[in-house]
Design a protein around this ligand. Structure first.
Ligand code: ARG
Length: 483
């Protein structure tokens, strides 16, 4: 780390001297601990591409405003192209003095094309630059994440369709409650992931506002046409207020919250599947691809992937909570605290992508054990249907519930199932019981009663699948329009 004196006003020379882009007023370089704290290049270098694209657009904007002539513009564009190639081919050599991706790219540009490179930053600040880069980067990532969500929806619909006849216990309080279709269970998560998609997509309009041209705080004094910049960079709008634009990270906070909530959905699904994969349940068998063994117990097959999904949800919540704490109490406009936006954002994007991909893999490869699911059903789970039987005969539900309670006591006394109580004993409790009582005890028939929209009857679950499929179709149309 150089501690030499920065005496040269020429930006390219000062870099060669091992000094900072902003080093003109400084007599000494930063201390090594300041430098270590300050540097973001180790993680923000992943913004290299959007940073260069933003610079190309800005150079064109400077040309339109008469700040760069066409020779200077083409030199800058050619130089930036070379910088891009170097990044692409893994040939970009970072220097000790490269503080962040913005200074690194500008340093390299100036090395390639000479002092004219120093004109690129005219009227621009890293404040509007970084805010622009981050929005551009996140917009692209969101499209990728939406694609992963669609894949999960797709596999859930496929399974739900082919496995529509598989019956399992529906649980409340993790106690067996009523028989439901396995597909009904699958579609319950499809609804969560569909909402995740909708919520994620709804973040886009806010991200789609261009900060570039806001400068450090006050705006741009050189006649930069920001609408022109927006059109070059495919932003729908320009940010309305430069003071807001340079420091607004609400979109980061919102994305982190989105990732945390989606992580929670993946975590809850994982918890269900972990339970269903135990030897006690045996409802599902995880594929070997998504399981691991024990180093000690040879018989073990552990659902590690599901545990990791559950564990990572905590990390995503932490990223959100931590960044909210960073934002809280910041004075208006840019403060360096905002550099703390990137690591949680990059991490949440990376993690949620791996998580969605792994969840897709698990769902696509697990085996459902229809017999085990069915064997877990017991006739007591149809007690509610006995109450509905009486309701259909005109008994008020409260009274019917009470009568069935008495039946339960009677069955316990006789040590038999509700199903096996003799007709005369039934009638001793209520005269409205008749021969058709025997028809209650059929799980398929039970489920078919639940035919209202959203319920577990065949047609009702089918409708849920069809609705999600239609949703997928519409998102695909959106993807094709955008590509
Ligand atoms: N690396 C910085 C960040 O990520 C860039 C902006 C620096 N701005 C400044 N005024 N020092 O926030």
């Amino acid at each position: 780390m150089s501690e030499s004196i920065n005496s040269h006003p020429d930006c390219s020379r000062s870099v060669q001297n091992g000094m900072k882009m902003w080093g003109g007023r400084f007599a000494a370089g930063p201390s090594s601990s300041m430098d270590a704290l300050n540097k973001s290049i180790s993680f923000d270098q992943r913004l290299w591409q959007v940073d260069i694209d933003g610079s190309v657009a800005y150079a064109k904007g400077l040309n339109l405003a008469g700040i760069l002539n066409s020779t200077e513009l083409s030199a800058i564009i050619t130089g930036l192209k070379q910088v891009k190639e170097e990044w692409k081919n893994d040939q970009f050599v970072l220097q000790e003095t490269d503080e962040d991706i913005h200074t690194a790219n500008e340093r390299r540009l100036t090395e390639i094309i000479g002092p004219v490179g120093g004109k690129l930053h005219t009227g621009r600040s890293r404040n509007d630059q970084v805010a622009t880069d981050l929005r551009m980067w996140l917009k692209d990532e969101i499209v990728i994440i939406e694609g992963l969500l669609v894949k999960i929806l797709d596999v859930l619909c496929n399974r739900a369709e082919t496995e529509l006849d598989i019956v399992m216990p529906g649980y409340t309080h993790l106690q067996r409650a009523q028989p439901v279709r396995w597909s009904h269970f699958l579609m319950s998560y499809a609804v969560s992931f569909k909402s995740d998609y909708v919520r994620l997509n709804s973040l886009l309009p806010e991200i789609d506002e261009l900060p570039l041209g806001s400068g450090a705080v006050a705006g741009n004094p050189l006649g930069i046409n920001r609408e022109y910049l927006a059109s070059l960079l495919a932003f729908s709008n320009v940010a309305l207020n430069s003071m807001h634009a340079v420091s607004d990270r609400d979109f980061v906070a919102q994305f982190l919250q989105w990732a945390a909530l989606t992580g929670i959905h993946l975590s809850r699904l994982s918890e269900d599947l972990i339970i269903y994969s135990t030897k006690e349940f045996r409802f599902i068998t995880m594929s070997d691809q998504y399981s691991s063994g024990s180093s000690l117990m040879p018989q073990k097959k552990n659902p590690d992937v599901l545990e990791l999904l559950r564990g990572k949800a905590g990390r995503l919540i932490g990223n959100h909570t931590g960044f909210m704490c960073t934002l809280k109490g910041l004075p208006s406009t840019y403060s360096k605290d905002l550099q703390e936006d990137k690591e949680p954002l990059f991490d949440s994007v990376d993690q949620i992508k791996i998580m969605l991909d792994a969840a897709h893999g698990v769902l696509a490869t697990l085996t459902i054990n229809a017999n085990a699911c069915r064997s877990a059903l017991s006739f007591d789970m149809l007690a509610t249907d006995v109450a509905y039987y009486l309701v259909r005969k005109g008994v008020p539900f409260r009274e019917a519930h009470h009568i069935v309670g008495k039946l339960v006591v009677l069955a316990e006394g006789k040590q038999c199932h509700l199903k096996d109580i003799a007709l005369k004993d039934l009638q001793s409790i209520d005269h409205r019981f008749a021969d058709d009582y025997a028809q209650i005890w059929d799980f398929e028939k039970s489920m078919e009663q639940y035919s209202a929209t959203g319920s577990t009857a065949h047609a009702a679950v089918w409708q849920q699948i069809a609705t999600i499929r239609e949703f997928i179709m519409n998102t695909k149309e959106r993807f094709t329009i955008e590509q």
